[in-house]
Design a protein around this ligand. Sequence first.
Ligand SMILES: Cc1cc2nc3c(=O)[nH]c(=O)nc-3n(C[C@H](O)[C@H](O)[C@H](O)COP(=O)(O)OP(=O)(O)OC[C@H]3O[C@@H](n4cnc5c(N)ncnc54)[C@H](O)[C@@H]3O)c2cc1C
Ligand SMILES: NC(=O)c1ccc[n+]([C@@H]2O[C@H](COP(=O)([O-])OP(=O)(O)OC[C@H]3O[C@@H](n4cnc5c(N)ncnc54)[C@H](O)[C@@H]3O)[C@@H](O)[C@H]2O)c1
Length: 481
Amino acid sequence: MREQTVDVAVIGVGTAGLNARRAAEKAGAQAVAIDPGPLGTLCARVGCMPSKLLIAAGEAAHAVREAKRFGVHAGEPRVVPGEVMGRVRRERDRFVEYQLKEVRRLAANGLLIDGRARFVATNELAVGDDLRVKARKAVVVATGSVVKVPPLLAKLESPRVIDSDQVFELEAIPERLLVVGAGPIGVELGQALARLGARVTVICADGKVAGIRDPAVLAAAKSGLAREMTLHTRSKLEAAEARVDGVWVRFRGEDGEVSEGTWPMVLAATGREPRLKGLELERAGVELDDKGRPRELDATTLQCGEAPVFLAGDATGLHPLLHEAIDDGQIAGRNAASFPTVLPGERRTPLGIVFTDPQVAFVGRRFNSLDLATCSIGQVDFGDQGRARVMGKNHGLLRVYGSDATGALLGAELAGPAGEHLAHLLAWAIQSSLTVEQALRLPFYHPVVEEGLRTALLDLRSQMSAKTGAGKAAAGAPGGG
Ligand SMILES: Cc1cc2nc3c(=O)[nH]c(=O)nc-3n(C[C@H](O)[C@H](O)[C@H](O)COP(=O)(O)OP(=O)(O)OC[C@H]3O[C@@H](n4cnc5c(N)ncnc54)[C@H](O)[C@@H]3O)c2cc1C
Ligand SMILES: NC(=O)c1ccc[n+]([C@@H]2O[C@H](COP(=O)([O-])OP(=O)(O)OC[C@H]3O[C@@H](n4cnc5c(N)ncnc54)[C@H](O)[C@@H]3O)[C@@H](O)[C@H]2O)c1
């Protein structure tokens, strides 16, 4: 049995792991990463980047179709699936190659061990059958996440049931597609494939789409997405069967109505979960709950209970987003290097963007965490927003939340045009602790979509003054819907 002793061992060399290893090294520790591959990060291989490439192709087809509203008649676009998917994979491979450069450099310097790790004791890992890695300080677990597929679909073991890890390998665009799950993955990929020619039906049981929590924004997003896909957002999957011509599925709506059909392809977009199985974390002194996750994970330090074990990235199950994986990695890596001294890491204003049309975004405090007696809501409907109308993208709603007591901006949810940009402006304003008044003193050009943000802020200011002026009369129904 070979043995290697290091200061910090990082399990997983995805985005969180790469950042954790680098942070530990920067803090003066000798740090190695362990990973059996596939290397290149989830984000570049099967996540953020290929999904945005597919969406970009869908947008190109959509723009051609929509051109007639401007008096420009190009006819129905001819989508060539081989060319579409060829570009997705070519560009994806470039992004992966970029990540692999760093990984190869680590390997060349003896800082990457090829193999699957599991704990055998506190601060001791087995890698494959013939290597033990001991960590003098601590271990960072940055093993990412795995797709969750409901048993009804998983048990079919059908090549016609795919998940987001497989979708980028498609050679053809299915003529019809059932997407199970309406989270970010379901709606992003569903809409992209709809624009490329598939007739798409999306089902989910919880009434939500794209993770939106504000009911008014949710209604706006649903009506926008329903222009291109059939949505059943309160439907439970009841039965599924692999048949010669496809996958037969039966689902039941909240009202009891039963629908069924056979689809040539089903995309399971039913969520992801931390990849902790097989790590035997309990051998490192980490107490696990019934789902196999650490019973105690400090979200500020990323330490598991009192153990010398830190989690980072999707493995935490906290915020499965790329920029959060980077920050997690830096916090976990630094704390692992300085263990037993452990400090809370600095976090940014929460920000999430879903790349549909209309784009969906969340910033800062979420709707369901607001106390409507002490907060106000300002909004703008993009239906009549100047620049949005100019571009023919006048659909959606932005709602901005503020504190009545301090006038501070607290958060926002939106479904609308240029959502990715509006969300950044709002996140930067909230992180800078701006009040509504201060935000309204900033420049707004004309004609831009950002003027819609000003309208929402003006509305928020007047809701706040109406409430503070008229006592609590408006509490409970601020901002209207
Ligand atoms: C389709 C899709 C689209 C997405 N789009 C976006 C987006 O637009 N914006 C955004 O912010 N986020 C997006 N995400 C989420 C984002 O990609 C992830 O949050 C992020 O990439 C997670 O990084 P990670 O380092 O935690 O995991 P990974 O990059 O998966 O790294 C985990 C590593 O651990 C290794 N590993 C696992 N087990 C072991 C073991 N036992 N021993 C050693 N190594 C092990 C794996 O081989 C892997 O290399 C998307 C995700 C998906 C699936
Ligand atoms: N733009 C982005 O930032 C982006 C894009 C894609 C993915 N992601 C990340 O990836 C993670 C995973 O995304 P996701 O969309 O798979 O997960 P999710 O958990 O957000 O959504 C899962 C969906 O599946 C539904 N569902 C679950 N079980 C079901 C069942 N048995 N029958 C019917 N519906 C069922 C849920 O109701 C929900 O609609 C997200 O949390 C997100 O952080 C981010």
